[in-house]
Design a protein around this ligand. Structure first.
Ligand code: NAD
Length: 250
């Protein structure tokens, strides 16, 4: 349960801020039906991400990864943005939002209407050929996987396709991280929403914003690993708290 006084203080910070940023994690999409790694039930109990979602596992046996990918895509393709995603899209319309930095790969911020979304860990809607690097964008690859093509292969050269969702142990794309760091240096208020702050280097970004003078509001169902970085902690569901923080009633 969050504390109403903390919410009141957080609203004051939002009202005073001119350059707001958001760092989001799996928790913001839980109310859209996509489980985070901690939730009981769902796909992560059948597919341990540390076993199926590592870069080494993919290189050893891409079929194993794509078997999980098929289940993940089923969940992601039918998910819709929830009130937290929509509230961030409305915040962008006010001109106060520098951007949304996300660890999610589910594309829901874009569907909600945010235009500056920095995907630190890639997107499940992009894939590329491991051999000739041809890019595949959209749902087509997932359709082929759903139809039994595991692993999916490049139509040009027959190479195995790799999803552009960043796997454990895989180097992160450099450009999104550089853009995220720019935002951290510029923002005066960072909202950290639905992340356990356990995956680095993303987990370091709130500290970076704080070092540059920003206030940090953490919104999470439970404590995160870096609670110490927060000026205000709001505990509860993002789909409830984020719209209330911006004074948006549904
Ligand atoms: P995480 O699973 O480690 O942590 C999620 C956090 O969200 C937890 O602290 C949990 O208490 C909180 N949470 C759960 N439900 C919530 C709700 N309704 N409202 C507010 N908070 C809620 O996720 P992470 O920190 O993002 O890191 C895990 C990695 O796995 C990241 O790379 C992430 O992108 C990836 N992942 C992505 C998705 C997705 O794209 N939707 C889903 C699962 C995992």
């Amino acid at each position: 349960m969050h504390d109403e006084n903390a919410l009141k203080q957080a609203k004051k910070l939002v009202a005073a801020a001119k350059k707001i940023s958001a760092l989001t994690g799996a928790g913001i999409s839980v109310d859209s039906g996509i489980p985070d790694f901690r939730s009981e039930g769902g796909i992560w109990e059948r597919f341990d991400p540390h076993e199926y979602g590592t870069y080494d596992a993919f290189l050893n046996d891409p079929s194993k990864f794509w078997t999980m990918g098929r289940e993940l895509a089923k969940v992601m393709l039918k998910a819709k943005p929830n009130p937290a995603h929509i509230a961030l899209a409305k915040l962008e319309q006010t001109g106060k939002l520098l951007g949304v930095i996300t660890q999610n790969i589910d594309n829901l911020h874009q569907v909600a209407g945010n235009s500056n979304v920095i995907e630190l860990h890639g997107s499940y809607l992009r894939a590329h050929c491991m051999e000739c690097k041809t890019e595949y964008v959209g749902e087509e690859v997932h359709q082929r996987v759903a139809d039994g093509e595991i692993p999916p292969r490049c139509e040009k050269c027959g190479g195995v396709l790799k999803s552009e969702a960043v796997l454990f142990g895989e180097p992160m794309p450099e450009d999104p991280m550089a853009r995220a760091v720019e935002i951290c240096n510029d923002t005066d208020l960072m909202l950290v929403i639905g992340t356990s702050l356990s995956v680095y280097p993303a987990a370091f970004l709130p500290q970076l914003a704080k070092n540059s003078g920003a206030k940090v509001i953490l919104i999470n169902l439970e404590g995160a690993n870096r609670d110490d970085v927060a000026d205000i902690i709001l505990m509860g569901k993002a789909s409830d708290l984020v719209p209330r923080l911006f004074g948006i009633s549904e």
